[in-house]
Design a binder for this molecule. Structure first.
Ligand SMILES: NC(=O)c1ccc[n+]([C@@H]2O[C@H](COP(=O)([O-])OP(=O)(O)OC[C@H]3O[C@@H](n4cnc5c(N)ncnc54)[C@H](OP(=O)(O)O)[C@@H]3O)[C@@H](O)[C@H]2O)c1
Length: 336
C-alpha cells in the first residue's frame, strides 16, 4: 500500500519523455515497483523507443502514447486515468529554437492537463542549472534547496538551457499552487551512468568526448555529477514520500569534481583509451569545487552511487552500444 492507501499495482502513472536517458530509467524503476506506466514520446513507434518495450515488466505494465508538450489534447489523452505524472521531457540543447517554448509552455501545459484529468501528484525533473549558476554566491556556501541560479547571469552568458529550466520549474510551482496539484521537484546534476536507450544524450556525450581524444584539453571548471539510477530512484522516493514536507525541491547531486579529476578517474579506469590528459591553463587559479547538500534525498533513504562506479558503467555502456571506437594502440616511443 502507498501513502494514499491505494495499492501501487492499481496505480497508473505517466512519464513524459519516456524514451530519453532519464525517462527510460524512471520507467524501469516504476515498473520494478509495480506501477502501471504510460510513457509518452513524440513518435512512440520510432525504433529509438524500442528498448522500453523490452524492459522487465513492460509486457504487462507499459503502454506508449504519442504526445508533444505543446499539444494540450495530446497531454490530456496521455494523463487520462493517471494518478501521478512524472514530467521528465524537455529539450536539453542550449541552441534548440524550441527550447523555451517546449520547456516552459510545455510545462504549463503538462500541469494544466494533469489538473484537468484529475491527476493528484506531479514530479517535475528540474536541473542543477536552475540552482548553481550564481557568480555572487560565496564558494563557502553549502548549496541546498533554497538556492537559485541568477537568471540574468545565465542569459548574459548564453546559458539558455539554465534559463529554460529555471522558468520551467517556477512555472510548475506556480501552476501546481494555482490548480491545487501536489508537486515534488527532483533537481539532478549532470547525469551519467549506463544508458538504456541506444542514442547518446547530452550528458553521456560529455563523458564520451573525453574518452575519444576529441577534446584535447579539459577546462579549468567544476561540475556536479549524479548516477542516472539514483535520479530514477529519487523520482520514485519523492513521489511516494509523505505529503507534509516543507519544500517540494530535492537536490539530486552525488559528487562535485574538477574536470581534471574527472579525466584522471577515467584515465585510471580505462588506461587503454586516449583520455584527455591536459587541463586548460587559463591563467586563473584552479576552480574550486562548490559545496552542496543532498541530505533531503538521503533522509528519504537514497544512497548515492560512488562516482567511480558511475563513470565505469557509463563507459562500459558507451562501449557496449558501439559509441566508443576501439583504442588505437599508443606507438612505442622511438629509441634514441
Ligand atoms: N542528462 C542530464 O545531465 C540532466 C541533468 C539535469 C536535468 N536533466 C533533465 O532531465 C530531463 C531528461 O533529460 P535527458 O538527459 O534524459 O534527455 P534526453 O535523453 O535528451 O531526453 C529528453 C526527452 O525529452 C523529450 N522531448 C524533448 N522535446 C519535447 C517536446 N517538444 N515534446 C515532447 N517531448 C519532448 C524527448 O522525447 P522525444 O523522444 O519525443 O524526442 C526525450 O525523450 C530533462 O528535463 C532535462 O532537463 C537532465
Amino acid at each position: 500500500m502507498d501513502n494514499n492507501g491505494e495499492k501501487k499495482q492499481q496505480q497508473l502513472v505517466c512519464v513524459t519523455g519516456a524514451g530519453g536517458f532519464i525517462g527510460s530509467w524512471v520507467v524501469k524503476e516504476l515498473l520494478l515497483h509495480g506501477y502501471r506506466v504510460r510513457g509518452t514520446a513524440r513518435d512512440p513507434a520510432d525504433s529509438k523507443n524500442a528498448h522500453l518495450l523490452a524492459l522487465e515488466g513492460a509486457k504487462e505494465g507499459l503502454s506508449l502514447c504519442g504526445a508533444d508538450l505543446i499539444d494540450c489534447d495530446d497531454l490530456r489523452a496521455a494523463f487520462s486515468g493517471c494518478h501521478g505524472v512524472f514530467h521528465v521531457a524537455s529539450p536539453t540543447i542550449n541552441d534548440d529554437p524550441e527550447l523555451m517554448l517546449a520547456a516552459v509552455e510545455g510545462t504549463r501545459n503538462v500541469m494544466n492537463a494533469a489538473a484537468d484529468m484529475g491527476v493528484r501528484r506531479v514530479v517535475f525533473t528540474s536541473s542543477y542549472g536552475a540552482v548553481h549558476m550564481d557568480p555572487n554566491r560565496s564558494p563557502d556556501t553549502v548549496m541546498d534547496e533554497t538556492c537559485w541560479s541568477d537568471y540574468d547571469f545565465c542569459k548574459q552568458t548564453g546559458n539558455f538551457y539554465c534559463c529554460a529550466k529555471m522558468m520551467a520549474e517556477k512555472t510548475a510551482t506556480e501552476e501546481a499552487a494555482r490548480r491545487g496539484l501536489e508537486l515534488a521537484v527532483v533537481v539532478p546534476s549532470m547525469t551519467i551512468g549506463p544508458a538504456l536507450q541506444q542514442a547518446m544524450n547530452m550528458s553521456i556525450a560529455h563523458i564520451a568526448r573525453y574518452m575519444m581524444g576529441t577534446k584535447k584539453v579539459s577546462p579549468n571548471a567544476v561540475a556536479a555529477y549524479t548516477d542516472v539510477r539514483d535520479v530514477a530512484r529519487a523520482h520514485l522516493l519523492v513521489y511516494e514520500r509523505r505529503h507534509d514536507a516543507p519544500s517540494s525541491r530535492y537536490l539530486c547531486i552525488g559528487a562535485v569534481l574538477h574536470r581534471s579529476r574527472l579525466v584522471q578517474l577515467l584515465g585510471d579506469l580505462f588506461p587503454n583509451y586516449h583520455v584527455t590528459a591536459k587541463c586548460e591553463d587559463d591563467g586563473k587559479p584552479m576552480a574550486r569545487p562548490y559545496r552542496f547538500s543532498n541530505q533531503r534525498l538521503r533522509d528519504l533513504g537514497l544512497e548515492f552511487t560512488p562516482i567511480r562506479e558511475s563513470l565505469y558503467e557509463t563507459v562500459m555502456s558507451l562501449k557496449q552500444k558501439g559509441h566508443l571506437c576501439l583504442p588505437v594502440p599508443v606507438p612505442k616511443r622511438a629509441r634514441l
